[in-house]
Design a protein. Structure first.
Length: 255
């Protein structure tokens, strides 16, 4: 059940303690992909995973702005500080728990949110507000398995606005991908994330190493790759939701 489409009486009648909270980012993804890429993918995977899972799942509204200051030089990028983001997520989950949905999977679509969400999940769980588990969709997929399933995907990695994110958008909402700009995106993209020396990333912002914000070759994207990525992410989320629904969440040492 999507909260944004339900009435309060609909929500009141739901017999479940399980919810998903999609979180993303509004940030640049090169000249070819929309600023809302991370929100769109997180929300689509959250809704599909909730539908595929065996227990009923409440789908909360998507949080659209995250920890993304590393993209600040590119117009349209929005961000909040990590402490602001943690507080917003924590209070949103607490409000879900207030209504009895106290097992929450946060479905994340942005790498910059990962550390903050790990901290929030631990805090909410240890404080017994809600058992909270972050799920980052692109970390859940096995890229070696994906490469075996999809032709011409041997060298494809995550990147940023690269073949992975561009592919999943081409599957979900192809009209939002400016395919006529893929060659331009390739030309200004970085081959990898950051500037590395002695195991240290010397660059804090993506503009330091990528001319147009992209990392990887968006032209290597395909609808086939996007469909495969999406299917595996949705399946993995559904399995996680079923596990969270049935898990004994009493913590060691709790009284």
């Amino acid at each position: 059940m999507k909260l944004t489409a339900a009435t309060w009486t609909d929500a009141d009648s739901v017999e479940t303690d399980l919810a998903v909270l999609p979180v993303g980012s509004t940030e640049q993804h090169g000249p070819h992909a929309p600023l809302g890429t991370d929100c769109l993918t997180a929300e689509a995977i959250a809704e599909a995973g909730a539908s595929e899972a065996d227990p009923e799942v409440v789908v909360a509204p998507t949080i659209p702005v995250g920890v993304a200051e590393e993209h600040r030089q590119f117009t349209g990028t929005l961000w909040v500080q990590p402490e602001t983001f943690r507080s917003y997520v924590r209070e949103t989950v607490a409000s879900l728990a207030h209504h009895g949905w106290d097992r929450v999977v946060i479905v994340n679509g942005h790498g910059g949110n990962v550390d903050a969400l790990s901290e929030v999940g631990a805090r909410l769980t240890r404080d017994e507000t809600a058992y909270t588990v972050p799920f980052t969709w692109f970390d859940s997929v096995d890229m070696d398995d994906i490469r075996e399933q999809v032709s011409d995907a041997d060298d494809i990695g995550m990147g940023h606005g690269g073949p992975v994110e561009t592919s999943i958008l081409r599957h979900l909402q192809p009209e939002l991908v400016r395919t006529e700009r893929l060659s331009e995106a390739d030309a200004g993209a970085a081959s990898g994330w950051g500037e590395w020396q002695s195991g240290v990333n010397l660059a804090y912002d993506s503009a330091e190493f990528s001319e147009n914000g992209a990392v990887g070759k968006p032209s290597e994207s395909s609808t086939e790759l996007g469909e495969t990525l999406y299917s595996e992410a949705v399946s993995n989320l559904a399995s996680l939701l079923e596990t969270v629904a049935g898990r004994d969440i009493e913590r060691p040492g709790d009284k």
